[in-house]
Ligand binder design. Structure first.
Ligand SMILES: [Zn+2]
Length: 219
């Protein structure tokens, strides 16, 4: 049974280059706003949801993992989950790009994190409906290149999450996933993320996805 949900907001105020080309969206700030709202909603549902990095500054990945693992040691690693909230980027040259969409990552191999990721992925397909509905028109207008889809999936191992050896996924003891909620260097994605509707949709997919996972485990 999950006793503690830990939410990590990617990066800090000092991280260079993690922003939209026009500076309107900064990943550390958007991720913190998303985490703050996700945690508030989960707490309102009676859950022990925690913000891993209350600081604005860049806390090292080693320190982030140390904090998560201290919670795992206290409550049991099977009773803790970690969700790291990010926005994606197609480049680092400060130019607008044509990649877009939402996706979720786990570490390689089949673990409990794969089930959590699938639950969040399924929720994304529902919560991001306004984004999904608008995608084809924006694509036709050139906002996205022809390979792009609104909800990205890697089905090569039988589930929709991507797998990567991200530090925070590899060095935490509990089930851990990392979400990439749209691209900070795609203008249409940034417009959606900065809209009230878009922000709420991204918050909602995390809340609903985690809720589904936690409820199933508690049965
Ligand atoms: Zn990031």
């Amino acid at each position: 049974m999950i006793k503690v949900e830990v939410y990590d907001a990617g990066h800090g105020i000092d991280t260079l280059g993690k922003c939209s080309p026009d500076g309107s969206l900064r990943e550390y700030k958007k991720a913190r706003e998303l985490v703050k709202d996700i945690v508030a909603l989960r707490r309102a549902q009676g859950v022990d949801a925690r913000i891993l990095v209350p600081e604005e500054t860049d806390i090292s990945l080693a320190e982030r993992c140390r904090r998560v693992n201290a919670i795992c040691d206290k409550y049991g690693k099977d009773n803790v989950i970690l969700i790291s909230v990010h926005c994606n980027a197609a480049g680092a040259d400060g130019k607008w790009k044509s990649a877009g969409g939402w996706c979720v990552y786990t570490s390689p191999g089949q673990t409990k994190a794969d089930t959590l990721a699938t639950d969040i992925w399924n929720a994304a397909n529902v919560s991001l409906k306004p984004y999904i509905d608008r995608f084809p028109l924006l694509k036709a207008q050139g906002a996205y290149d022809k390979r792009q889809v609104p909800i990205r999936a890697d089905w090569s191992d039988g589930d929709p999450d991507y797998e990567a050896r991200f530090y925070i996924l590899m060095h935490t003891k509990c089930a851990a996933v990392l979400t990439e909620s749209l691209f900070q260097d795609n203008k249409a994605d940034v417009d959606f993320l900065l809209s009230k509707e878009g922000h709420a949709a991204v918050v909602d997919l995390h809340v609903k996805g985690v809720e589904t996972y936690v409820k199933r485990l508690s049965k």
